[in-house]
Write a protein that binds this ligand. Structure first.
Ligand code: ASP
Length: 442
């Protein structure tokens, strides 16, 4: 089928141009102090409309993609040994990259100490956090779950209601894995029927995905503009140090750690991979949702990197829920930041080595259950803060800068998923980036 495009310019350039226009327009409103004018409100209303349409369109196809891609991948794998090997490799990648991410966060937070501010600034931040008391209260309400509950979600009581709720993707994945596994054990005749059925289903959904992707530049503009206009710059100043440290830690993981995985384990040129994944990264940045980015991620990993459908269909749907490097790093940064701030207010509080170690383990574990939706990691952060006896109210400070940081950590989450897919594809002997690609040979 001939692929339809609106413009000849590559998609990532189209998204970049629309993001630049979005920043320019928002700054114009901010600099001229007209964020509250009628014009700005109308602009936000129009953007909200198109942004919701785009997000809904992406979310609409996520559950069908997850279910059909996992089942297709399992039925095409055939033997148990195949499935077990790929599952173990994915798990090894998720655990190692997540642990490194948390350690990067811990290192930066301890070295640069964003929460160790003078008592006057600490009080200002705490006062500012009172403005977000309602939002914090609702997070606290949702966070009355234990670490155990996150794992209980893996077996949903009702798979349809789990599918209807964005936060319960883990349950849908487990059901699809079970279904795919037993479909591959059916007698040959029935197995063929199942494989053909789900394969044609997946292909149809991916064609819908191709069409939605064409609207990504418009979607990016519509989603980002209200965020920048709504956040304003002056509110960010008190939490600027935390913002800067978190962006630094995320950048270290994105530009040094993950490229090292690509280079050493997949022998792939990281720059080439960045270029190929650009549409997915920019969509993650604009939507702040790994789940919503899944359709574009699948497209990029299969079409631009050349990873087989078998590997991409298995690793990416699992990655968007279980491999949250950016979120794990962020959880660690927030908890250490709040602990440092709390120590300014209450000098008797001390973040001992044992407590820091607890943060590392809990951030890595809870990130497995973080939903790939905007602000999905707040529940996990609340769980860690309560277990350390730190005040949940302080999360109000972080909420001020969360919009921008959510965009950044989601980009890291998505990039790590694509790196995992490439590393596992190479370890399975696949040729990525084509035979003429510039990837270094294994
Ligand atoms: N927004 C993130 C994601 O979708 C989750 C989070 O809040 O950390 O990947």
């Amino acid at each position: 089928m001939k692929k339809f495009t609106f413009f000849k310019t590559p998609l990532h350039w189209q998204i970049l141009i629309s993001l630049s226009l979005s920043v320019a327009l928002s700054l114009l409103f901010i600099v001229t102090e007209t964020q509250d004018s009628d014009l700005a409100h109308s602009c936000i209303l129009v953007c909200d409309f198109f942004g919701k349409l785009f997000l809904n369109a992406l979310n609409m196809i996520v559950v069908p993609i997850i279910v059909s891609s996992i089942i297709c991948s399992m039925t095409s794998m055939g033997s148990h040994a195949h499935f077990g090997r790929m599952g173990l490799k994915s798990l090894a990648y998720y655990i190692s990259s997540t642990l490194i991410a948390v350690l990067v966060g811990l290192g930066v937070a301890n070295l640069l100490r964003p929460g160790q501010v003078n008592p006057e600034l600490a009080q200002r931040m705490i006062r500012m956090s009172a403005d977000n008391a309602a939002a914090v209260a609702s997070i606290a309400q949702n966070s009355k779950i234990s670490l155990m509950d996150i794992f209980v979600q893996m077996v949903p009581r009702n798979v349809f209601s789990a599918a209807a709720d964005n936060g319960q993707i883990l349950g849908v994945i487990c059901f699809s894995l079970l279904f795919g596994f037993f479909a591959s054990q059916l007698p040959k005749r029935y197995q063929g029927v199942q494989a053909d059925l789900w394969q044609s289903f997946l292909r149809t959904i991916m064609m819908i995905a191709d069409m939605i992707v064409l609207f990504a530049p418009l979607g990016a503009f519509a989603l980002v503009t209200p965020k920048i206009i709504g956040t304003g710059l002056e509110l960010m100043v008190p939490a600027a140090r935390f913002l800067g440290c978190t962006v630094l830690a995320l950048s270290i993981h994105l530009f040094a750690v993950l490229p090292a995985f690509l280079y050493f384990f997949a022998k792939v040129n990281p720059l080439e991979h960045f270029r190929a994944m650009m549409p997915a990264l920019l969509t993650a940045f604009s939507t702040s949702s790994s789940i919503a980015t899944l359709p574009i991620m699948m497209d990029c990993v299969e079409k631009n990197a050349g990873v087989s459908n078998r590997v991409a269909s298995f690793t990416l749907p699992m990655g968007i829920t279980m491999n949250m490097n950016g979120s794990a790093l962020y959880e660690c940064m927030v908890v250490i930041f709040i602990a440092q701030l709390y120590a300014v207010v209450d000098p008797s509080f001390c973040m001992t080595f044992v407590k820091q170690f607890t943060v590392v383990i809990m951030a890595a574990l809870t990130s497995l259950g973080v939903a790939g939706i905007p602000s999905g990691s707040f529940v996990a952060i609340a769980v860690i803060l309560s277990s350390l006896g730190l005040p949940l109210e302080y999360m109000g400070i972080v909420l001020v800068v969360d919009r921008i940081l959510d965009m950044c950590r989601t980009t890291v989450n998505v990039f790590s998923d694509t790196v995992g897919a490439v590393v596992i594809a190479r370890s399975e002997g696949e040729t990525v980036y084509g035979s003429k690609g510039r990837s270094r040979p294994l």
